[in-house]
Design a protein around this ligand. Sequence first.
Ligand SMILES: [Zn+2]
Length: 104
Amino acid sequence: MSEQRSTIETRTPPEMCVRCHYVFDATTGIPGNERATPKEGDLSICVNCGHASVFAADLRKRPLTEKERLDLSREERLILRMAKRFCSIAMGENLATRGSGARH
Ligand SMILES: [Zn+2]
């Protein structure tokens, strides 16, 4: 019998990513922490572009302050770098897929 790792989805006020304009209204924990629910001060990473922001008390997102950016742990920096890289690769593939067939 294997243990199922289920993800908890938390509804958030609908918001648009300031960087890519992706609209989202829910959040989940990162892999390895799927059952986490967000609280004030937690990092939020846009699933579409990897942009980082911070949860406010009402679960809306705000930009990181300069101090918060400097105080990121080594692990948080690594996660953000990986998210940005993964998202830029995924976005690049989407563009390539959309663009294929148009070049003749
Ligand atoms: Zn985004």
